[in-house]
Design a protein around this ligand. Structure first.
Ligand code: B3K
Ligand code: ZN
Length: 882
């Protein structure tokens, strides 16, 4: 245990920086174990700062200081003070510019936290966001200090033939002893979290893009030689993103060069460093036989996300880290729309809402709940959360809904125009939206400061004499840690009224002269009644269309009404949602039967509804595949007051078997119709066919039929693309297939040299349902290809098991919890960021029965007693227990 608990940082304590850094001149002499950094910082006092301290405090961690100069004079050690976290230089000039020069060394190889400058295999690379730059040199490491960077890299020609940093290459040359150097200059002011360097033996794929104003941008993707054949899709995605941002937001790229480097060791997905994005290989590399259709989509989405940050994040950045959602929520919204436009809007929206409702809603209801703009943190890396990112994107989406696409675009234009080159706040973003549209968003701002998911309770009353439908909406904003009482929020609710013949009725709202088939109700009070007029027939209400607000909707619906919406709602989201609610209700009843010792019987309404879906003709096949899919165990668990993982699993399996039995002919027909040899094809139809086929195979495999077993084996053996191969393997692993062991082994031998595919092999076994899963996970931990120092591998085994295998992770004897806590304790010293991410599965302990609660709490307490506990782990574990 630490002696004192770590310090909490508060938004209310924000003060402008005391000093500014105008120019940052960096010189690196690269070495895997001892890199030398000379930083020359041209600085001055910040006139906006009220402090009057003549000392300058620069932050630095894990650095070996060699020397300090002020305006060229070497400072004796009494002129400065060194602490474990800072370098304080006494008496710097107060009225004129001055230059501080610092020389230090650091050890990239020892840096297993992968923050700052580190080694990924033989490649040197950096990750500075949020506060990693201070692990490279002493600096004002905060986003509101923006500076012009010039970077010179010096290194051995054989070890580091490629030397990259931000901006444009200015000069290069040769040096004695087989060394060379390159100087990079970034013409844009930037905070140090956007700094990057990469050095190593890399190969490059080149292309170019002509902007709307006619400038040619060089595009370069750097990978290891072995991966050169997996870059085409990433390059095409980058070009798609560049033209989408021009078309949708009128935003053009600013430098002459855009570089992406793929590295195998990376804590997150990717990083938007100016002109030099560094990516996890997972979001760059793809070949039809190594990457699934979903991988292809995620790659395009993440490439888009990092590219869009060039404006929403880099040109306009955050004043402080509390404002993180300013760039992340907005950029996630932008990437969601991009992917929706590139693939299927309906499917993308459903996938995003699914992720939000399973993971973010849990976060918002648990001990770590925080607003999208948090007001306190211990370790900022813990706040790169689903709330800041995904709920943040929902908040931006609500602005889009309230202002309409044109109003929203006007607001964005004004935001970029006002704040280009600045470090600003979430309020500045909303201010621009208000000013551009002449609206008052005072109440809407509460979404930024209030945590928790609102519960929306709906009641309706149809008056056939008056021909009116009254809709009463009530919002409840539950208390969250530190926020016992909440104010009502401004909630946009997209609504439609569906007539018995399936057509949309005209909405005539009392007190408004607007008449339309679609309407946005704006709920601003705790309770409000909306009256629709001139309705001779009682319509079925379709509420919260497109999931227009991140809320939990509570509405009494009969199964028949849900089946009606599933057949008729023209809103693709609500149509799918009706099916999920229907299936969810049926499964919940079965869970109740199981808990009360009753025998299980399938509700025929569900079978009829699924038959209808299967027999309908669908244009968007990926959407069709989603309609056919049951809600996940994790989603079902979210709906239960006390989660019963075993009953949920059994009930859901029972329903899947019943669907397979009753729809067997249709499912077989669909499988055969959609089973084609089009492995290199990635158009919507081919992807959709693979999805439909594989959902059908999943159902059919529940039948325990030897012919179906032959189908899956054949699909596994002959698949030329990863989507089909892994889908077949998944079915084989999750059923009592006689070829299970052989197939797993064959897959391993086929792919042992492809790290990303091997990750899938680990993940598949970690998420399997057969009873021997835990033993397999323990065995895999000792597998020669398992490596606790590689975050992708940790996520594929430890992350998948704890976060995506509720049945086995929550085993009643607590072995899953113990396994996870042991890994977290090991990771605490190696990589605190990855360690603290893994705690998530234990944070939700209050949702389980008493016995499990005690076991989970016990493990959290054991984690808390870890020696030399990191800030990251301390914050999440202690708040989980609080
Ligand atoms: N901005 C980075 C995330 C950095 C995380 C630091 N712990 C990637 C992104 O959101 O685009
Ligand atoms: Zn981002």
């Amino acid at each position: 245990m630490r002696d004192a608990s770590p310090q909490t940082i508060y938004l209310k304590d924000y003060k402008p920086p005391e000093y500014l850094i105008h120019d940052t001149d960096l010189n690196f002499t690269l070495d895997n174990e001892s890199t030398r950094v000379v930083a020359s910082l041209t600085m001055s006092r910040n006139p906006a700062s009220k402090a009057d301290d003549s000392a300058l405090t620069l932050l630095g961690e894990n650095l070996t200081l060699v020397g300090v100069q002020l305006n060229g004079d070497i400072l004796s050690t009494d002129r400065y003070l060194q602490t474990p976290e800072a370098l304080v230089i006494h008496d710097v000039p107060q009225h004129e510019k001055f230059v501080v020069t610092i020389e230090n060394t650091l050890n990239p190889k020892a840096n297993t936290a992968l923050e700052g400058l580190y080694l990924s295999k033989n490649m040197l690379c950096t990750q500075c966001e949020a506060e990693g730059f201070r692990k490279i040199t002493y600096y004002l490491d905060r986003p509101d200090v923006m500076s012009r960077f010039t970077t010179t890299l010096v290194g051995d020609k054989d070890k580091y033939p490629v030397l990259l940093s931000n901006g444009n290459k200015k000069a290069q040359g040769e040096l004695p002893d087989n060394k060379h150097w390159v100087t990079w200059e970034d013409p844009f002011n930037k905070p140090c979290y956007l700094f990057a360097l990469v050095a190593g033996q890399l190969e490059c794929v080149r292309d170019s893009f002509i902007t709307q104003s006619g400038r040619r941008i060089a595009l370069e993707i750097y990978v290891e030689a072995h991966d050169l054949d997996k870059c085409d899709h990433a390059m095409q995605s980058l070009k798609n993103a560049m033209s989408w941002d021009e078309k949708t937001y009128g935003l053009e790229y600013d430098l002459d060069l855009y570089m992406i480097v793929a590295v195998g060791h990376f804590n997150m997905g990717a990083m938007e460093n100016k002109g030099l994005n560094i990516f996890n290989t997972k979001f760059v590399l793809a070949r039809p036989d190594t990457a699934t259709d979903s991988d292809y989509e995620h790659i395009e989405g993440v490439i888009g996300h990092e590219y869009f940050h060039n404006w929403s994040g880099n040109r306009v950045t955050c004043r402080d880290w509390f404002q993180l959602s300013l760039k992340e929520g907005f950029t996630v919204f932008r990437d969601q729309e991009f992917t929706g436009d590139r693939t299927s809007k309906a499917v993308k929206r459903i996938e995003d809402v699914n992720a939000l409702r399973t993971r973010q809603f849990a976060e918002d209801a648990g001990p770590l709940a925080h607003p999208i703009r948090p007001d306190a943190y211990i370790e900022i890396n813990n706040f790169y959360t689903l709330t800041v990112y995904e709920k943040g994107a929902e908040v931006v989406r609500m602005l889009h809904t309230l202002l309409g696409p044109q109003g929203f675009r006007k607001g964005c234009d004004l935001y970029f125009q006002r704040h280009d080159g600045q470090a600003v706040t979430c309020d500045d973003f909303v201010n621009a939206m208000e000013a551009a549209n002449d609206v008052d968003l005072t109440q809407f701002r509460r979404w930024y400061s209030q945590a928790g998911t609102p519960v929306l309770t709906v009641s309706e009353h149809y008056d056939s004499d008056a021909q009116t439908l009254s809709l009463t909406l009530k919002q409840d904003n539950p208390p969250t840690p530190g926020q016992p009482r909440k104010e009502p929020l401004h909630i946009p609710i997209k609504t439609g009224l569906i007539l018995p013949d399936g057509n949309l009725a005209q909405c005539r709202l009392q007190g408004s002269d607007q008449v339309s088939h679609k309407i946005v109700l704006e709920l601003t009070d705790t309770e409000q009644t909306f009256v629709f007029e001139q309705l001779p027939q009682k319509p079925v209400i379709s509420l919260l269309r497109g999931f227009s607000a991140p809320v939990k909707l509570k509405m009494q619906r009969s199964l028949e009404e849900l089946a009606f919406l599933l057949s008729h709602d023209p809103d693709t989201f609500n149509r799918w949602e009706a099916g999920q609610l229907l299936a969810g209700r049926v499964i919940a009843e079965l869970v109740d039967d199981l808990q009360n010792g009753r025998s299980l019987e399938i509700n025929p309404v569900l079978i009829e509804a699924y038959l209808k879906i299967a027999q309908n003709c669908w244009l968007d096949l990926s959407y069709f595949a989603l309609l056919l899919s049951l809600p996940s165990e994790i989603y079902l668990a979210e709906q239960m007051p006390v989660i019963d993982v075993e009953a949920i699993h059994t009930a859901r399996e029972f329903v899947a078997c019943q669907i397979a039995k009753h729809l067997e002919d249709d499912l077989r027909g669909l499988y055969l119709d959609n089973h084609r040899d089009e492995s290199g094809c990635f158009d919507a139809k081919a992807i959709g066919r693979r999805r439909v086929k594989n959902v059908c195979l999943g159902y059919l495999s529940k039948l325990d039929d030897t012919e179906i077993q032959r189908w899956s084996l054949k699909q596994f053996d002959t698949a030329k693309n990863m989507t089909d191969q892994i889908a077949a393997l998944s079915v084989i692993v999750n059923t009592q297939h006689p070829a299970r062991a052989t197939c797993l082994d064959a897959f391993y031998r086929q792919w042992r040299d492809e790290a990303l595919v091997l990750d899938k092999w680990f993940a598949l076994q970690a998420t399997a349902s057969p009873p021997d899963t835990f033993d397999a996970v323990e065995r895999l931990l000792k597998h020669p290809d398992f490596d606790l120092k590689n975050p992708n591998r940790v996520r594929s085994l430890v992350g998948s098991f704890s976060q995506a295998n509720p049945l086995h992770f929550h085993a009643a004897n607590g072995q899953g919890y113990r396994f996870l806590a042991d890994r977290i304790i090991e990771l605490n010293t190696l990589n605190p960021q990855v360690a603290s991410r893994m705690i998530g599965a234990l944070t939700q302990w209050r949702r389980y029965d008493e016995a499990r609660q005690a076991l989970m709490k016990g493990e959290l307490e054991r984690i808390m007693s870890t020696e030399a506990i990191s800030k990251d782990v301390y914050e999440v574990a202690s708040k989980s227990l609080a």
